[in-house]
Ligand binder design. Sequence first.
Ligand SMILES: CC(C)(COP(=O)(O)OP(=O)(O)OC[C@H]1O[C@@H](n2cnc3c(N)ncnc32)[C@H](O)[C@@H]1OP(=O)(O)O)[C@@H](O)C(=O)NCCC(=O)NCCS
Length: 291
Amino acid sequence: MTASPPLATVRYGLPDEWRTRFTGLAGPDAAPALLSPEVIAAVDDPQEPTALAWTGVDDRGTTLLELTMVGDRPITGAEAVARAVLGELTDRRVDRWAHPASAADDELALRLGLHPDRALHQMRCPLPLDRSSLAVRTFVPGSADEDSWLAVNNRAFAWHPDQGGWDIGRLHGQMAEDWFDAEGFLLHERDGRLAGFCWTKVHPASEADPAMGEIYVIAVDPDFHGQGLGRPMTLAGFDWLADQGLDVGMLYVEATNDAAVATYHGIGMHIHETHKSWTTAGPPPKLDIAP
Ligand SMILES: CC(C)(COP(=O)(O)OP(=O)(O)OC[C@H]1O[C@@H](n2cnc3c(N)ncnc32)[C@H](O)[C@@H]1OP(=O)(O)O)[C@@H](O)C(=O)NCCC(=O)NCCS
């Protein structure tokens, strides 16, 4: 009786012969993680690899399970290689993201015993929408607007995994990006204080998508929640984007953020796709995001 071949071969550090095949498929953003000597990788067939599982790290230091398939194969075919990499990482939390997620990604996560963690909707709308009635002015870089914005952002997003806890360095880092345009960073003041803001970002057309106007970050100060500011604050951002000639509006929102999702549906947005993550750790505590 001959022994069955292993379902996956694991290596610490990606061998050259696998690297050539997978760096192109995984895209340029993945190259640094793939080239890292710390990467743990598994392939289905060392001679003729068609499925690769490998480790990345997110900006908070959490280990990521990344999966790449050759050709048009369903992601569920990555089960054996994914399992092999997870088997090397039992000492820590590992997350897997799918951008966007399909039913096959859900099925794979279930088979791997991963827990659903986050779901982010990408919502879109045709522009222009109804014009906003709200008085807004633009953010002034280098002024007191920076501290006021940080205070409102951190209060409004205290519950949020990525958007809370910003400091001045992170704000300046975003302001130094090529896409930053203070003209599209809108503030609404009430009683002499910042009550809400809408910060936009323009995406040029790509191979996959048309040019899009994104609402990058939007919030109303918790002191002003529930007073009807969310809708006109959002519309103010889309007004500005439509005035730049964009005809597709877009934003990302946590699927559990009921107030925000209701606001966006209310102005005519629809869910275009959903990005999801799963984790080896148990589900996080239920977040209290109600205003
Ligand atoms: C989302 C946010 C901007 C909405 O602003 P707001 O001024 O509090 O909301 P509004 O008073 O304008 O209400 C907007 C809609 O949400 C609904 N809503 C408010 N709270 C809700 C809740 N907890 N669950 C479901 N719907 C809710 C309102 O009924 C209203 O719908 P309607 O127009 O059909 O009546 C605000 O809650 C906020 O800043 N949240 C924290 C930051 C954030 O989540 N930003 C969005 C990231 S994508």
